[in-house]
Write a protein that binds this ligand. Structure first.
Ligand SMILES: [Zn+2]
Length: 335
């Protein structure tokens, strides 16, 4: 397991900050009219933690926070996590069996129909798995391959997205196990890679940026069949960011210290009842040395100001100031 060129290098952070600045100005005033939407960002803990074996209780981890709950090699939902709204995947009219959270059903149905209409029908190979089922699966792999190797392609119990009731290992409808070969090169696999995110489903364990099979970012081997449901809105953001689910959730939502396991104390997503925005003079001119890589991501706890994200307000105000300066200079030239 080598250490690849890390996305959180200082140079990368500067480039991203510049991109954010330019994009913010370009969007400008128009954005001021758009209300903040989606799961409220509550800040996060900082750089992506390195892959290591730990059992830190993930946060958020309540059933309502399904879209932003992260499990990885470090974070667990524990033994008792059983989603309260499991339903048969057949409710989505898709081939295969097993259970999945009801929150996924409408988009799962729409995706299955679209895939079939495109001539590359998909089915469900493995959806929700309980903690106990994962005990059996992981132990089998560990006995066969050894603990360290098993870790790279199988989640320890408590650490599986399947236990969230939000992950499905897809197959080609009627095609059997997707595990042999590279399902990503099959018609169904290709269709999913191109389209699943538009239905709220994101590939959890992609190849590395240079095509490698094991990723030090996801701490997992490439799995072209394994998709996690995030809902359409968050899925679009994750897809647009170019980041993996693990990076995006650590950067934007996860509220637990990856070393100490303590909740991050600044996490209070409670909007002030009477917000008084006081924009600082040049909020975007001094890029924060934060590692957040998503264009709209902020490592600061943010609420909303009158329903508008503070960065949006500041970006809009900045553009107005620039326009004013330009206008004054233009008038000066005419005199
Ligand atoms: Zn899976």
């Amino acid at each position: 397991m080598t250490t690849p060129d890390h996305p959180f290098s200082p140079r990368g952070a500067r480039l991203r900050a510049r991109r954010v600045l330019v994009a913010g100005l370009a969007l400008g005033v128009g954005l001021l009219a758009f209300p903040a939407t989606g799961p409220s960002r509550v800040g996060a803990v900082g750089p992506l933690p390195a892959c290591r074996v730990a059992d830190i209780q993930t946060l958020p981890g309540d059933y309502d926070s399904w879209s932003t709950t992260l499990v990885d090699r470090i974070l667990t939902v524990g033994e008792d996590y059983v989603p309260p709204d499991l339903v048969s995947v057949r409710d989505a009219g898709i081939a295969g069996g097993g259970y999945i959270r009801e929150v996924t059903i409408d988009d799962l149905a729409a995706m299955a129909k679209a895939a079939a209409d495109a001539g590359s029908p998909i089915g469900v190979w493995s959806p929700y798995r309980s903690y106990q089922e994962q005990v059996t699966i992981f132990n089998n792999y560990a006995n066969f391959d050894g603990f360290d190797d098993a870790l790279t392609y199988s989640a320890r119990p408590g650490h599986s997205e399947h236990q969230l009731g939000l992950a499905i290992d897809f197959m080609t409808a009627g095609g059997g196990s997707p595990l042999p070969g590279d399902w990503g090169t099959t018609p169904a696999g290709k269709w999913m890679a191109a389209n699943a995110w538009t239905f709220g489903w994101v590939l959890s364990y992609p190849r590395t940026k240079d095509g490698g099979f094991y990723s030090d970012i996801t701490c997992f081997h490439y799995e072209p069949w394994h998709y996690r449901y995030l809902g359409r809105e968050l899925a679009a953001k994750v897809h647009g960011s170019g980041l993996t689910i693990r990076e995006y959730l650590w950067n934007n939502f996860t509220m637990v210290d990856p070393i100490t396991g303590q909740p991050v104390p600044t996490a209070t997503p409670t909007p002030s009842p009477s917000p008084t925005p006081t924009p600082t003079p040049s909020p975007t001119a001094t890029p924060m040395p934060t590692p957040s890589a998503a264009p709209s991501a902020s490592a600061q706890p943010v609420g909303t100001w009158l329903g508008v994200d503070p960065p949006v307000v500041l970006g809009g105000v900045g553009l107005i100031m620039l326009a004013s300066i330009g206008f004054v200079a233009w008038r000066g030239l005419r005199r």
